[in-house]
Structures are given as C-alpha cells and as structure tokens.
Design a protein around this ligand. Structure first.
Ligand code: GAP
Length: 500
C-alpha cells in the first residue's frame, strides 16, 4: 500500500519536470506540430547546452584525465557482419507479452521487476530477490512459457485492463534495419547501431597500433544509438534514438575483475562529483547477465519513478574481439612484451574488456531531476514558493546573466561592456527587459548560477552586485574580479579535483 500512496506524488514530480523542461527550452517532443513521435525527443536551446556540458565533461574526464584512454568517433552504419558477430542479430531481444483484453504490449521482464519492486516496498525483500533470481534463470534458459506462467502465478495484472489474460511471451529484436544501395536488387540490409561499443571493438587494432597503446588502455566514444524499444515511457529515460558515452578498457586476461571493481568505483565517484547526492545513487548487480558479460553492475539513480539505471559497468571478457576475429578472419591479438612471474613475456592474447556505458540522455534526466528544486521563501512579510534548477555551475547552460538595473543613464552601455569582456570565456545572457526581480526568477528557472546587476554605483566605482542562485545572497565586487569569481565556480577543474 505504501508505494500506491507514493506513486501519484512521485509521478506528479516527473510531470512537473517534463513541463519545466518544455517551458524553459530544455526538451521538446520530436516533431511536435505533428503530435510528436513516441519515444523521440529534441533538445532545445537550454537543453543542448546542458547536454554538451555533460558530454564534454565525460569526454575530458575519460581522455584528458587518463593518459591511457583515447577517443574515437566511429560511423553509425557498420558492416552487417558486425551485428552477427556481436550476437545482436540472434540475441538482442526483449521478451514481450500482450494483454488480450487491453491489446497493450509489455516487456515481460519489466512486469516481473515491477512486481519485485512492490514486494520490496512492502518489506518482503526475500520474496523480491527470489522472484528476480527465478526470472533471470528462466530468461537465461529461454524458457519463455515458464516466464508466462510466472507472470500468471504472481497474479501480475495488466495496468489498463486489470486482467491476467496474457498471450505467450515472444522475443522481439530491438535493432532498426534499413537498406543500403541504389536499387532494390543491389541493396542489402544494414542496421542502425544499437550500441556504440562495436565501433570501438572493430577499431581496436587500428587504435592500438597507430597510437602505440599498451594494455591496459581504453577507447572512449560518444554517439547515437538506436533501439526499437517496446515500452517507451518515462520521458527521455527510454528512447528509440539516444546517445551513449562508452569506454572499452582492454586488459590482460585474468586482471578483469580488478579493473571492473576500479571502474565501478570511479564511475560512481564521477556522478557524485557532478553534484548527485550519494544517497540518490546505488549499485545494482545484474541478475541476468548479457550474452557477453561475466560480471555486470548498474549505477542507479533515484528518479521520481524509483531507482533506475543510469550507467552500466560490464566485464565483457574477450567475447566481442574473439567473435570479430572468427567472423572477419582478422587477428585481434595483442602482443604483450611485459614479463610474467617466470620472467617470460606474456605474449599473444586477445585482451579482456571492461566497459563503462552511460546514456547521455539518462545522465541529462538525472541531472535535471536532481537540480529541480522547489522551496518556500520569505520576502518581507510575504511567503512564496520558488522553483530553481540547482545545477553544478560547471554544468549550467548559462553561467551568468548581466542585468542593467534600468534601461537608461548609461547602465546598458556599461553592462554591455562587461558582457563583452566575459562572453569569450563563458556562455552569458544579457537582459534588460522587465523588473530585476522577474529577471532573477527567469535565470533561476534555467539554473544560471550568477546574476550580475549593473546599477548607478557601478558607474561611480566599477563595482557590481553578484547574486547567487542557490542562497539568493548578493555580494558587491569590483568588475575586475568577476572573471576569476565565475571561473572558479564553473571551470571543470573543480570537478576534476574531486576525481583525483
Ligand atoms: N554497450 C553496452 C550497452 O549498451 P546497455 O545497458 O544496454 O549497455 C548502456 O546501455 C546505457 O545506455 C544505459 O545505462 C542507459 O544509460 C543507456 N540506454 C540504453 N538504452 C536506452 C534507451 N532506450 N534510451 C535512453 N538511454 C538508453
């Protein structure tokens, strides 16, 4: 019962975040004038800045902070054999089930996971974990009839029709396919990549040789991925077109668990460094391992709809490189001339891989949910509520707003001069319309950490007031100090130092 009472409030919060994202230019439904396209979204003028900041920060954290990690940018289209080798053609499936009364389609594993979450919320932790283990076993063994029986035995009802009138469970491949070639006879089927990782695997030796990389080393990439998700919901959490930020770390066989544990910790620390509270993050070990993994964990964030995956850390063994070697008949081996305990070179081997894989869009949603703040404030005798986005200043779309108090007396000219002196280094806004209070509110709503007001005193002594978004406190400072004041707060360095 406890979850039932909580759910509407939590979903109401997601609803507020979705409308805020739309109203202030963060995220729009795709092709909205045609009523949108399910599970596809566009980033607006504020959203793209936030997303780019997140992507840049991840890129630099991976490549600049690790001397043994380099980046690539592989094409979305890949030779179709890639997906045969990786196992995606045969096993990149979701088990789906339809309710015969509502005609609605669901992912069978999601229905069971939701039931387990309900057990957990009711304090039946053993029951919850037994159910998940059973589900993992049945799905791993491809016992789809038994998965259906489990759903019926657990009395899992369709949320729309309220019945347990279920079809059989079927596997549904998530890859989008299209044709290359000019005429039908010449064309052949290719896929839109469902993960960016394979672009890294097929380039493993190119990068290793041209970059003279020594194992252990990593290759990072940011790019679009596509999945024909059956259940598309929860805003940008599960999309059909999304962006991944993946890093494959190539290691000596037998050392993979050591690296897996290191990356697992490093990645959680990274999320905390960008301002996500520790209590909103947790690890979740996979019950059902993907076909390529010998260990896998999710880093989950407490979204308004519960703890859900933001990033996966997977120990992928030598599965992918071995598969590519077999299908392409090109050697994927690395010669390790470091000496082993017997004083002999480790020699030739196919490296093992530890992967970190985070969705840029989920990271965006986590950042937005975590930043979205409503508070009661007192102004004079009045109490009112204030909504603001408490982004880490390094991630905020706009770093500072320059606001002349009035549109006359030379204040706009002075404010423009300040704006021009800072705009090369920071993304800034200049605004002179409306009262200063309204302008502060507008900046709060898009999460601008600093509002710089230019008033008559500025003309006399070259000082301005700087209002802090979170505390609403104002300090007076010389114009000459603005650059270093803003830079200290918004520079990625403040985050990198926490990662050291
Ligand atoms: N290369 C491994 C891989 O792709 P995954 O767990 O399927 O693993 C990794 O995906 C991350 O990509 C997820 O943690 C999530 O952040 C993001 N992701 C996956 N599917 C997504 C979707 N449909 N919409 C948005 N993000 C998605």
């Amino acid at each position: 019962m406890a979850t039932k009472e909580k759910t509407p409030v939590e979903n109401a919060q997601l609803k507020d975040i979705i409308s805020h994202a739309k109203e202030y230019g963060f995220v729009f439904p795709s092709s909205e004038i045609y009523d949108g396209l399910q599970a596809v979204y566009d980033y607006g003028q504020m959203g793209v800045e936030l997303k780019n900041n997140l992507k840049n920060l991840w890129w630099k954290s991976m490549t600049q902070l690790h001397q043994n990690v380099v980046g690539i940018d592989a094409a979305i289209f890949m030779h179709p054999h890639t997906w045969k080798a990786s196992g995606h053609v045969d096993s990149f499936n979701d088990p789906m089930i339809d309710n015969k009364d509502s005609k609605k389609r669901y992912r069978a594993d999601v229905l069971i996971e939701e039931k387990a979450a309900q057990y957990e919320a009711d304090g039946h932790y053993d029951k919850a974990s037994e159910l998940l283990v059973e589900m993992g076993r049945l799905l791993g063994a491809e016992e789809l009839d038994a998965v259906r029986e489990l759903i019926i035995r657990e009395d899992i009802k369709c949320p729309i029709s309220g019945t347990t009138n279920w079809t059989e469970v079927r596997q549904f491949n998530l890859m989008f396919s299209t044709q290359v070639g000019s005429v039908a006879e010449d064309s052949s089927t290719i896929y839109l990549r469902p993960e960016t990782a394979q672009g890294i695997f097929v380039n493993f030796l190119n990068v290793q040789k041209t970059g003279r990389m020594k194992v252990p080393f990593g290759i990072a990439q940011i790019g679009k991925a596509f999945r024909n998700e059956i259940v598309a919901r929860q805003f940008i959490f599960r999309m059909r077109e999304f962006e991944q930020m993946e890093m494959q770390f190539f290691v000596r066989p037998g050392t993979e668990m050591e690296w897996y544990n290191q990356w697992k910790e490093a990645r959680k620390k990274w999320h905390q460094a960008i301002g996500i509270p520790a209590e909103s993050l947790r690890y979740h070990d996979h019950e059902k391992l993907a076909h390529y993994a010998n260990a896998a964990v999710d880093i989950e964030f407490k979204f308004p709809f519960g703890f859900k995956e933001v990033e996966g850390i997977h120990s992928r063994t030598d599965f992918d490189l071995t598969q590519h070697q077999e299908l392409s008949r090109k050697k994927m081996q690395y010669f390790d001339n470091d000496l082993n305990e017997d004083g002999k070179p480790y020699g030739n081997y196919i490296p093992y891989v530890v992967e970190t894989s985070v969705g840029a869009d989920r990271l965006f949603l986590m950042t937005l949910c975590s930043a979205y703040t409503e508070e009661e404030i007192t102004e004079g005798d009045a109490t009112k509520s204030r909504t603001f986005l408490k982004f880490h200043p390094a991630l905020a779309p706009v770093k500072a707003a320059i606001l002349p108090l009035t549109k006359k007396d030379g204040l706009p000219e002075k404010a423009t001069e300040i704006f021009n002196s800072l705009r090369y280094d920071f993304n800034m806004i200049y605004e002179e319309r409306d009262s200063i209070g309204k302008r502060y509110t507008r900046q709060d709503l898009i999460g601008t950490p600093f509002c710089i007001a230019v008033d008559h005193q500025t003309l006399e002594d070259n000082t301005v007031t700087v209002r802090d978004r979170d505390s609403r406190e104002q300090v007076r400072m010389p114009i000459g100090e603005l650059h270093s004041y803003i830079d200290k707060a918004v520079n990625f360095k403040s985050i990198f130092e926490k990662l050291a």
